[in-house]
Design a protein around this ligand. Structure first.
Ligand code: F6P
Length: 549
């Protein structure tokens, strides 16, 4: 594959990046009354307005040429067809098979994976129903009324943000709570509110080797056995989700209580697998399946739509434009929706653990920007926190705004007023970011002031808003299972496209290994299993400060 910066489209884009410095989006909108309509469309229940971007049609054309030249379509087909595109772990990347409702097989190493996928979905459905219809009870015969889902990273974030986002769909008589951090306060707080007779623990770990999850599960088991229960009661109250079934059984899980997942599902792409069991328990299997079907709709769009009408491709290539040609280091996700407040954290792992890398597939060090820093929080809260920077700093912060047209709390005038305010904040902010406020406009505002001309000009300088801050606005009818599935799948595919452009392996995560190894060594030093002098003076001092506290 050609080196990225030698591709013709990249060279053209470097030229356009110089030109675009002279443009202002205000002028683009004034010059083309149809701009909004031209750069808006819908797919899989999501409406995207990407007109408030610092791009001309020529820039867009070159971005799509770049996608073509970098083989985006081929990479997409390789993923969907089970090729081992995770080349450093010799694995396929088949999270799309988990939501494949096409009826067609998905071949991996000569075998159709769909029968196993369907078997696991059936196991999830049956188990969910047994909990909801109270045929699966606790050791004293009480029905299960609380689920404690233990996991971290992709074994936690997906289930957590999905159950949070779809709270209005929650099963009435079952509470699902999450434990992730190894900080003992987390599990202690959760256990304090549990009744051993009616609590089910779902331990999720693809590797079944993650310190936090293993420790939290051991602590939960220790607590459970101190509640007047016995070892034989464990099977009724502990289930596991893992690709390492043997390790789960060796850990003490009943083999019938282990929900398997394929090795070809990456952790941060796994909520569609049995990792989604807490979602099914919290919302009911039908809603879990609706999430899968929404993702499938986005998969179909991604596979079928031409690059220039392809939502994940457009979002990805706009991100490449800002990251590699406009100087952005980060990308903000700003959901104007309380239920989507966890969405930025989910995409943080999805995007940053996938493309936060600097080595190309063939082992060269990149000489261009790659994965952006993903951050954000629910609107309108951010307006009273970090929007100052987005409006007036000298670093570009491209942002995705999200807004549901309808809210589950729509009773009465007051709720309608809330939603009107939410909409007005969302749309008003994207407008302000785009158009800004000129020095002259700020000076005119001060014309009646008694300040001296010098003071007026000084103050006007502080009030000037450059504008030209790019944003995408994503609108959907409501936050329902299908839409959420499509939204998440859209960001998964955006990550695939950007990883393809940057020639990265988006599906391994070697960068997290060293911290784990050194963390275990420090633990041995704290516990006196290893001499401190192996560590640097700072680490030694920190350990001493801890052990002597
Ligand atoms: O952060 C590293 C990582 O492996 C993530 O990719 C993964 O989602 C998380 O840890 C949890 O891993 P596991 O599901 O194997 O416990």
């Amino acid at each position: 594959m050609d080196k990225l910066k030698q591709s013709p489209a990249w060279i053209n884009l470097e030229h356009h990046a110089q030109l675009v410095k002279r443009y202002h989006m205000r002028d683009m909108f004034n010059a083309d009354p149809n701009r909004a309509e031209k750069y808006s469309f819908s797919a899989a229940g999501i409406f995207l307005d990407y007109s408030k971007n610092l791009v001309t049609q020529e820039v867009l054309d070159n971005l799509f040429d770049l996608a073509e030249q970098r083989g985006v379509k081929a990479k997409m087909e390789a993923m969907f067809s089970g090729e081992k595109i995770n080349t450093t772990e010799d694995r396929a990347v088949l999270h799309t098979a988990l939501r494949n409702f096409s009826g067609k097989p998905v071949m991996f190493e000569g075998k159709d994976v769909m029968p196993d996928v369907m078997d696991t979905l059936k196991k999830i459905k049956m188990f969910t129903e047994s909990i909801h219809n109270k045929t699966h009870t606790g050791y004293t015969g009480k029905p299960i009324d609380k689920v404690v889902a233990i996991g971290i990273g992709g074994s936690f974030l997906g289930p957590k943000i999905v159950t949070e986002a779809l709270k209005p769909y929650k099963h009435k008589s079952l509470d699902v709570v999450f434990v992730a951090n190894v900080d003992g306060c987390h599990i202690a707080d959760v256990l304090a509110d549990c009744d051993a007779q009616s609590t089910l623990f779902v331990m999720s770990s693809k590797s079944f080797g993650t310190q936090e999850t293993l420790q939290n599960t051991l602590t939960a088991k220790d607590w459970f056995l101190k509640q007047g229960t016995s070892q034989k009661d464990i099977a009724k109250h502990f289930v596991a989700v893992s690709s390492n079934v043997k390790a789960a059984v060796d850990f003490g899980m009943d083999e019938n209580n282990v929900f398997p997942m394929g090795d070809w599902v990456g952790g941060r792409y796994s909520l569609w697998s049995a990792i989604g069991l807490p979602i099914s328990l919290a919302l009911g299997y039908e809603n879990f399946e609706a999430i899968l079907k929404g993702a499938f709709e986005m998969d179909t769009h991604f596979q079928e739509a031409p690059l220039e009408q392809n939502m994940p491709v457009i979002l990805a290539m706009l991100g490449v434009w800002y990251r590699n040609f406009v100087g952005a280091q980060s990308h903000a996700l700003l959901p104007y929706c309380h239920y989507l407040r966890g969405f930025p954290a989910y995409v943080q792992q999805l995007d940053m653990e996938s493309n936060g890398k600097s080595t190309t597939l063939d082992g060269r060090t990149v000489d261009y920007g790659t994965g952006p820093i993903i951050w954000g929080s629910e609107g309108s809260n951010g307006q009273h926190s970090f929007y100052q920077l987005i409006h007036q700093s000298n670093v570009p912060v491209p942002a995705d705004f999200m807004f549901p047209l309808n809210t589950p709390h729509h009773e009465g005038e007051l709720q309608n007023l809330h939603h009107q305010m939410l909409a007005s904040n969302c749309f008003g902010q994207t407008q302000a970011l785009m158009q800004g406020k000129t020095f002259k406009e700020c000076l005119d505002d001060l014309s009646e002031s008694s300040l001296s001309q010098e003071e007026k000009e000084r103050l006007a300088a502080h009030k000037t808003m450059p504008g030209n801050n790019p944003s995408n606005t994503l609108i959907f009818d409501q936050v329902d299972p299908s839409t959420l599935g499509a939204l998440i799948a859209m960001y998964e595919h955006k990550v695939l496209v950007q990883g393809c452009i940057w020639d990265l392996n988006s599906f391994d995560q070697w960068g997290v290994e060293l911290g784990k190894v050194l963390g275990n060594q420090v633990l041995d030093m704290i516990q006196g299993e290893l001499p401190l002098d192996n560590a640097d003076s700072s680490t030694q001092a920190l350990i001493k400060r801890f052990t002597q506290s």
